[in-house]
Design a protein around this ligand. Sequence first.
Ligand code: SF4
Length: 184
Amino acid sequence: MAREGAPVVHSVDTDIFYHRYFGRCMQCGFCADSCCQHGVDVSVVERDRILARAAEIAPLVATLPAHWFETAVEKDEDFPGGAATRTTVVDGRCVFLRRDARGCVLHSLALESNADYHELKPMVSSLFPVTFGGGELLCSEELVDATLICAGEGQTAYEMARGELEYYFGPELVAELDQLSART
Ligand code: SF4
């Protein structure tokens, strides 16, 4: 079980040990953060945490807080709070993607204040390109179908997400995944 009560993971798709991509994102000079072009799913808990800090975040974002998230909320037991929505897309990019530099506003704001970026950055963004659904850990669709611009060579999805999986799910799960990875 993840630290905020969801998702609860029962199985893993071993694709996460095989699919590779250029995992050192900030060393990349050609993608222009294209993996953020579609926005991201956020739990209602994460949405509310971000909105609670709207005064700090708003000067760094192009639109008003009322337009940061899709209004539709869907029940989803894989997300903390049992429901999720999605960040909006503005000019073909997630509303929280920086316009003045590379990277995510939510991540960089945390770093600038010496805070843990997990306090604001959505779990789906942190785990990418590992994701979850129906109680399973799996590869994000765009890595599997190779529409992710940097898919193909480099680190495996698991290698790059290992630290984040440990943060969200704890060392016991990662120890199990390490064993599984060694057998694949
Ligand atoms: S929240 Fe940040 S990391 Fe996630 S898609 Fe938006 S800009 Fe990218």
